[in-house]
Design a protein around this ligand. Structure first.
Ligand SMILES: C[S@@+](CC[C@H](N)C(=O)[O-])C[C@H]1O[C@@H](n2cnc3c(N)ncnc32)[C@H](O)[C@@H]1O
Length: 186
């Protein structure tokens, strides 16, 4: 088990922006890979009613996250796993949140996302795009300190090159693809 990224918290406001951008509902299961103090899992669950799973390698941060879940009254629908995010099963997720380094996404997660994640799952990243994937939306917002931050939204089965078949890349396919993107973005 290896700590691949240091702890840097997302701005608190990020949670409401994720809920808006990915249209998170009580039917969703949101996983934060490297969940820090649990703020994203707890607040998105509080705001949307979704189930949440945080995966965090640092036991002190896991303890803080569980306490926070209890304070916010969401302990019944969120859980925090003390473990390595490269080893958890991502197939239960319908929304995944990532605030981790570009090279960690590239070296440890892209293949995992392509292999395990169900089609239709939304993946939201803060600041860092997923290498070679096509975001379907990008949203800027001002954090608590007035700094502009950027969220990217991807949809598995649409954004990932592994779902594209080069033989089909004609005008008809592109029109169907644009329609699908419009359907997701509306
Ligand atoms: C940049 S912070 C993001 C925290 C949180 N997602 C947020 O947005 O507020 C990355 C987190 O990943 C955790 N981490 C680093 N390597 C990990 C690994 N291999 N497995 C699980 N967590 C890890 C760190 O301890 C840190 O809390």
């Amino acid at each position: 088990m290896k700590k691949l990224v240091p702890y840097i918290a997302s701005p608190v406001k990020t949670a409401e922006k994720i809920v808006e951008l990915a249209k998170v509902t009580p039917n969703d299961v949101l996983i934060d890979l490297g969940s820090g103090d649990g703020r994203i899992v707890v607040l998105t669950s509080k705001l949307s009613g979704c189930k949440g799973i945080g995966v965090e390698i640092d036991s002190a941060l896991v303890a803080i996250s569980r306490k926070k879940a209890s304070e916010y009254g969401v302990s019944n629908r969120v859980e925090f796993i003390e473990g390595d995010f490269t080893e958890v099963d991502l197939s239960v997720a319908t929304v995944i949140y990532l605030y981790i380094y570009y090279d960690v996404i590239r070296d440890y997660l892209v293949r995992k996302l392509e292999k395990e994640v169900k089609d239709g799952t939304r993946i939201v990243t803060l600041e860092i795009p997923i290498p070679n994937w096509m975001p379907i939306a990008r949203r800027g917002f001002q954090d608590e300190n007035g700094v502009v931050r950027t969220l990217y939204l991807y949809v598995k089965g649409v954004s990932d090159p592994s779902s594209w078949n080069n033989d089909e890349l004609n005008e008809e396919w592109m029109e169907a693809f644009r329609k699908r993107l419009r359907g997701i973005a509306n």
